[in-house]
Design a protein around this ligand. Structure first.
Ligand SMILES: Cc1ncc(COP(=O)(O)O)c(C=O)c1O
Length: 398
């Protein structure tokens, strides 16, 4: 077996299941799960219709590179959304459809890491667990950068020692952040790009939550936008990951894309040709429609805004809570150990939340997930309000 498999950590949900063993929550309260970040709003009808209309696509092998009309739709969307210069992106060389960002974030590290060179992969802490697993299985050493209230939940790149920067081959950024909901500034992203150029590492910006935000006039900025503003027409060392899972409520469609530096994308395509992970034709056609329509995304955001407003209104007299910049999580600092909080909340109120320390690692400056819990506000409005009331009841017992 691959010896690196032994270095993988248990997934947070395994730890959560273990934490709940032996507890019987009250029968009178239906279970509410705020632990899993799976979108639950209905998917738009036009996606179902298009899949049905294109089912004959099952009779053909799809190409790894994807259909040109899909890459063109993505190019147009990216250009408009992130205010890129027209024709800066080429649908032939800068874009690859993927089966959701999860597999792509993982595969990317396998393709780009040179394991003969004591590779380091820098990532935020807490973090989406795939970054770490991808680094470990690519033969690299993960280097964790704590995201805390003190640094506005943006990893402090200036704190990284030069010895690590010299070994760094890949930096994962999560913008907007899971679990914190923090959005990076253009200035921050430009600094990151300068560092990537200086030490010649790649930035993989996971932007899969970029379309879930609360101020229609202030969408999160992105890495390609920062590169474009810097005049980096070739997007050198910059790659972004986007998904329809959250934007269009289709996590089961497994549709996203990777875009950026054409040289890197060419090698990634080569890797993926062998990996064998082309997106089925009918999913590609449905994805074209999804990237071409903004109204369903605006409606989606309105639903999240309503939920966040109501939940925050219920909780704020009892705990310090405010609207995040973006994404659909509340990253809540709780008045006791996060695992104790999650366990007792489940035992008393039948609400499951995810302890922050399950998403983060211990570092020299502590574990930044301790005393935090993550609440995914994905359930319908009524259920989220009911959960907030039960959390309020639990907080009042402390
Ligand atoms: C930060 C982050 N990145 C990537 C993903 C993967 O999403 P998908 O594979 O559905 O695009 C998730 C899913 O929850 C996530 O939270």
């Amino acid at each position: 077996m691959n010896p690196d498999l032994k270095h993988l950590f248990p997934y947070p949900f395994e730890k959560l299941n273990a934490l709940k063993v032996g507890i019987t929550p009250p029968d009178s309260l239906a279970h509410i799960a705020l632990s899993i970040g799976e979108p639950k709003h209905p998917a738009p009808d036009f996606i179902f219709k298009e899949i049905n209309a294109q089912l004959s696509g099952l009779e053909k092998y799809p190409l790894t590179k994807g259909l040109l009309p899909l890459r063109e739709a993505i190019t147009k969307w990216l250009t408009q959304r992130f205010k890129l210069k027209t024709a800066a992106l080429d649908a032939q060389t800068n874009i690859l459809p993927v089966n959701g960002t999860r597999e792509a974030l993982f595969a990317f590290a396998q393709a780009v890491i040179n394991r003969d060179k004591q590779a380091v992969v820098i990532m935020p802490n807490p973090f989406y667990q795939i970054y770490e697993g991808a680094a470990i299985l690519a033969g690299a050493e993960p280097y964790y950068l704590n995201t805390t209230a003190e640094n506005n939940f943006s990893p402090d790149l200036n704190s990284v020692p030069e010895t690590i920067l010299k070994r760094c081959q890949l930096l994962y950024l999560c913008n907007p952040g899971n679990p914190t909901g923090a959005v990076m500034s253009l200035e921050y992203l430009k600094q990151a790009i300068k560092l990537a150029q200086q030490y010649d590492f790649i930035i993989a910006a996971d932007e899969c939550y970029s379309e879930i935000y609360f101020d229609e006039n202030n969408p999160p900025v992105g890495l390609l936008q920062a590169a474009s503003e810097m005049g980096l027409v070739d997007f050198k060392n910059c790659v972004v990951f986007h998904s329809l899972s959250k934007r269009s409520n289709v996590p089961g469609l497994r549709s996203g894309f990777v875009a950026g530096d054409a040289d890197i994308m060419a090698d990634f395509l080569k890797y993926r040709t062998y990996h064998g992970c082309a997106l089925p034709h009918q999913h590609q056609y449905a994805s074209i429609k999804a990237w071409q329509d903004e109204q369903h995304v605006i409606n989606n955001r309105a639903e999240y805004t309503e939920k966040f407003t109501q939940v925050i209104r219920t909780l704020s007299p009892f705990i310090d809570v405010s609207l995040p910049d973006a994404a659909f999580y509340l990253w809540l600092k709780v008045p006791e150990d996060d695992t104790v909080f999650a366990r007792n909340l489940y035992a008393q109120q039948n609400v499951t939340v995810l302890p922050g320390q399950f998403l983060s690692r211990e570092t020299a400056s502590g574990n930044p997930g301790c005393n935090y819990v993550r609440l995914a506000l994905v359930a319908p409005l009524d259920e989220c309000i009911e959960a907030a009331n039960r959390i309020k009841n639990y907080l009042q017992t402390l």
